[in-house]
Every structure is written in C-alpha cells, then in structure tokens.
Design a protein around this ligand. Structure first.
Ligand code: ADP
Ligand code: MG
Length: 278
C-alpha cells in the first residue's frame, strides 16, 4: 500500500531561535522530490527535525507517515516506522564494522518488536543480501569489513549511506546533500542507487541539495524551494533550470518577508561557522 509523508505548517527552533517557519510538503511513496535552497535556508534543520534530533524543537505543526503522527516517536521508532535519513556529515563508529552495523539496523527495522540482545537476522540470509546489494552498487566486498565511516573518503561515506538505504528499504528516505564533495562517478553511483530504491522498492525520496548536478541523474518529479525557513515555490523539474539560470534573486523579490528571514539566518550562519559539529 502506498503511504504518504505529510508535513503541515512545521515550525522548528534551535536553542529557542525559530529556523523553520511553517514548512508544508506532501510526498507519496515512489515519488522523488528535490528540496533546493541557499545555504542556511533550513534544509538540514528540516531533515534533523524529521528524524527526531533532540536539539531541534518542533514548536508547531504536524508530520504524519501513513497517517501516524511521527513527531511523538523517538528517532529509532521513526526509523522503524519507515523513515531513513542519510546525513550530510555521517559520523564514524570506530570498532563497528559496516556489516555488523547493517545487520543490527536491518534486524531492528524488520523486527520492530525485537528487544536488545535478542537474535539478529540469520548471518547466511544477511550475507547473501548484503553481497547482492554491494554488487549492484559496484562495491568491493572488503568494504563491509571496515569500521563504519572510519577514514572513509567522501565518496565512500555516501556509498555507505546508499548501501544502508538499499538494505533497509525504507518507506521514505531523506538525503541531505548526499552529493556534496563527490566526484562525478560517485554522484552517478549514488543516484543510481536512489533511483533503484524509488523504482523497485517504492521508497518516497526527498533529495536535499543546492547543486543541479545530482538532479541530472536523480530525476525528481517535484522540486521545491526552501527559502527563509519555508517552502516558497513548488513545481516540476523546470524549477531546477530556472534556479541554475537565474539564481535566487527572483525568489527574493517575490517573497520579501522570506527574504528578510533568509538574510537574518545568513548572518547567523556566518557568525556560527565551525559550530556544526553534532
Ligand atoms: P542549510 O542546511 O539549508 O544550509 P541549516 O538547516 O543547516 O541550513 O541552517 C539553518 C539555520 O539554522 C542557519 O541560520 C544556521 O546558522 C542555524 N543553525 C543550524 N544549526 C544550528 C545549531 N546547531 N545551533 C544554532 N543554529 C544553528
Ligand atoms: Mg545543510
């Protein structure tokens, strides 16, 4: 059955400061949406808030997945409900291999009732599936034996995120700047992985980016512009070309109130550089 991820009038604050000022978005399973916007417009804030990061306070609005209020859920429960977030800056977990991490994650998502310490998905079944997925992504099987993200290049980190996506088969996936710092081959691998889960598994995808490049490979049906903490424009792929050609000046002129908020956020962003460490 096809589910809907519905975001209504979402307001989010960090440390008491309002960043998102009423975001509306509707994503159906199998659809690919792109969310574009300048630096500091609140894109990562949206993805963290959706995933339930404790520093991001939802001050009003609702988010439902398949009709269920997910804001009431803890981060792990959101993952079990079918939400997946690929981070802009994935953290490394020394001592935990990619394979071990994935085996736990896959077990937890597929058996939501499982308690810590109970049996994991069978090694034989898991290995087979992992091998198939790594094969499709053109990954060296050795990669699974490395510690998660420890010493990974930018491209390897993103491949690891896409491998997670392929193994977890979530109802909805949010990819936050999965393309930044990637060479063109890595962009292609990541994009093919994303297209495959959207097409085969029916994952609803939200690709967050401020570059057109990845959208040449991941072809979104819907494109949204986040500006000053709200979605000011929604349209089709043609919006990507408009932004590429004309930048954000017309957005600024068309939405003066959002432009004022965007300027304020930009100042904070520059004052706060170097603090994005969690
Ligand atoms: P984007 O991902 O679109 O570049 P972000 O969501 O990262 O934007 O940031 C939006 C705004 O929130 C910026 O003004 C930024 O300075 C602020 N912000 C982000 N993270 C934090 C934080 N941890 N503490 C305080 N302010 C933050
Ligand atoms: Mg960001």
């Amino acid at each position: 059955m096809s589910k809907v991820l519905q975001i209504d009038n979402l307001h989010v604050a960090i440390g008491g400061k309002e960043i998102l000022k009423g975001v509306n978005l509707t994503i159906r399973q199998g659809e690919v949406h792109a969310l574009m916007g300048p630096n500091g417009s609140g894109k990562s804030t949206l993805s963290y808030a959706l995933m339930g990061h404790p520093n991001y306070e939802v001050t009003s609005g609702t988010v439902t997945l398949g009709g269920e209020d997910i804001l009431a859920l803890e981060a792990d429960e959101r993952a079990k409900a079918g939400l997946f977030l690929a981070f802009q800056y994935p953290t490394s977990i020394p001592g935990v291999t990619v394979a071990n991490f994935l085996r736990h994650a896959v077990t937890n998502v597929r058996s939501p009732e499982r308690k810590e310490g109970e049996e994991l998905i069978s090694m034989r079944e898991f290995r087979k599936e992992l091998r198939e997925q790594m094969d499709e992504l053109g990954m060296d099987p050795e990669f699974a034996r490395r510690y998660l993200n420890e010493g990974f290049s930018g491209g390897e980190k993103k491949r690891a995120e896409v491998l997670q996506l392929a193994m977890l088969r979530p109802a909805f996936a949010i990819l936050d700047e999965t393309d930044s710092g990637l060479d063109i081959d890595a962009v292609r691998v990541v994009s093919e992985g994303v297209n495959r889960v959207a097409g085969k598994i029916g994952t609803g995808v939200l690709v967050i980016t401020h570059y057109k490049r990845i959208l040449d490979y991941i072809k979104p049906q819907f494109v949204h512009i986040l500006f000053g903490g709200r979605v000011v424009e929604s349209g089709g792929p043609e919006l990507v070309d408009v932004l590429e050609r004309e930048g954000y000046d017309w957005v600024r002129a068309k939405y003066p109130e959002a432009a004022r908020d965007e300027d304020e956020m930009e100042q904070q962003q520059s004052a706060a550089t170097g603090q994005l460490t969690f």
